[in-house]
Design a protein around this ligand. Structure first.
Ligand code: SF4
Length: 159
């Protein structure tokens, strides 16, 4: 079902629809509860088939052109490394197109979330690996910085 990624506008509509559909149930969407036991295999199967989801638990698909950044061999979440080949393929896996080349192309067909490709994303929180990204989104766990991390908004960039 990977072909679905080539219809990113449909996927962003599906994303919005899912948020609206789940919102009334958010009080039951708790980490470690029955909902997590249902959501984890559902996400593993559903998002696995479409996005080759690696279950990072902190989904950013709508900000990355509906292309899972955890498929990048370097797990880069803020754009490509300097090793993209001239044909747009990966330097680590030459047979594979660069995840970020695909993310860029797909994001150009996403009128709602395409601009989010330019957002700077925090490093992935590895402690959420294997948990439900939907539940982490609703509880806010996906947006929290682990202890000791500095928020991206607190970083001062000196020109
Ligand atoms: S960003 Fe994380 S949760 Fe989303 S598809 Fe990729 S591995 Fe899965």
């Amino acid at each position: 079902m990977r072909w679905l990624q080539n219809y990113p506008h449909f996927l962003e509509l599906a994303y919005d629809f899912t948020i609206q559909a789940l919102r009334p149930f958010r009080r039951w969407l708790k980490p470690g509860g029955w909902a997590e036991r249902v959501f984890v295999p559902a996400e593993h199967t559903g998002k696995g088939l479409i996005f080759n989801c690696q279950m990072c638990g902190q989904c950013v698909l709508h900000s990355t052109g509906m292309t899972c950044p955890m498929n990048c061999p370097k797990n880069l979440r803020n754009g490509p490394c300097g090793g993209v080949r001239q044909n747009g393929h990966c330097e680590v896996k030459p047979e594979m197109r660069c995840v970020w080349a695909q993310a860029w192309e797909r994001s150009r067909h996403m009128p709602t979330y395409g601009h989010e490709l330019f957002n700077v994303l925090p490093p992935v929180n590895r402690s959420l690996q294997g948990t439900s990204a939907w539940i982490n989104d609703f509880t806010g766990a996906a947006q929290q910085n682990p202890a000791g991390w500095v928020a991206a908004s607190d970083i001062q960039v000196v020109p």
